[in-house]
Ligand binder design. Structure first.
Ligand code: HEM
Length: 243
């Protein structure tokens, strides 16, 4: 159902009107409610919904509504994010043909490059509501203020990363793991290992099949901003390998 899921999810985040966005959210919720109902009636699929329905927290089973809520969060957090990440990565490689050639020739280096692609293209800003008045670096943040932490900026902090704007997959382990592409603290992305695996597998397959990728000169890249930035159109020319 990926095309349908992708349409609902992009509609939820970016349809032109609020009504359309809400309608997409309702369709996702309805679908997931049906999935959870089916699993309750017929357990045994061995998938994540089965696991959640059987899970206990402090000795109590999760309710169907709680399982639907978790499924809803996973649905909204896991599809658009990886697609955005892949599009920013392909954009980076199309703009840097030497780096693409290196990965194409040494695909075993792809795994170590994934974190660096994430660091350079961190596209999610974290949002928090301040609980109590606090002064930080002479700035008063009041209780109730919405604080936005743009990981695109914190992931290029020169106090943390040497040559922060340069793609360098050989960064020290300490630097590699300090980017904020997946957030930080208690709510750090729970899907980060799956996300990195997905990006690695797609890049490995892409590098195996394409010997070069470049931006199409006469067509425009389109993107969107917001809490989760992304690309809507990325016209590239690909030179496929003959195998
Ligand atoms: C490259 C892809 C991804 C990126 C860049 C990303 C990024 C993030 C970020 C920045 C947060 C923290 C948000 C905050 O603190 O406000 C987050 C949370 C989360 N992510 Fe991801 N994510 C990705 C893929 C995934 C995938 C594949 C899944 C699951 C299938 C997932 C599930 C979640 C969930 C459930 C949370 C909420 C965790 C919590 O609140 O405790 N993410 N993600």
């Amino acid at each position: 159902m990926l095309p349908q899921f992708y349409a609902w999810e992009t509609g939820f985040y970016r349809a032109p009107t609020l009504e359309e966005r809400l309608a997409c959210g309702q369709q996702i919720a309805l679908h997931l409610q049906q999935v959870v109902d089916q699993h309750q009636q017929q357990p045994g699929a061995g998938d994540i919904v089965d696991l959640l329905l059987a899970a206990e927290v402090d000795g109590e089973r999760l309710s169907a509504e709680e399982v639907q809520g978790i499924a809803y969060l996973l649905f909204l957090a896991g599809i658009d994010t990886v697609a955005s990440m892949l599009s920013f990565t392909v954009l980076h490689l199309a703009r840097n043909p030497d780096q693409y050639a290196q990965l194409h020739q040494n695909p075993e280096a792809i795994g170590d490059s994934v974190d660096e692609f994430l660091r350079l293209n961190a596209f999610i800003s974290l949002n928090r509501i301040c609980e109590q008045d606090i002064e930080l670096e002479d700035v008063l943040i009041k209780a109730g203020d919405n604080v936005v932490i743009p990981s695109a900026i914190t992931s290029r902090d020169p106090q943390v990363f040497g040559t922060p704007d340069t793609f360098d997959p050989d960064r020290s382990r300490g630097e590699q793991n300090r980017h904020h592409a997946f957030g930080a603290g208690a709510h750090k992305c729970i899907g980060l290992h799956l996300a990195k695996l997905e990006v690695r597998v797609v890049l490995e397959e892409f590098c195996r099949r394409a010997s070069a990728v470049s931006l199409s000169p006469d067509r425009k890249i389109k993107g969107h901003g917001g809490t989760t930035m992304g690309l809507d159109a990325l016209p590239v020319d690909i030179k496929w390998t003959t195998q």
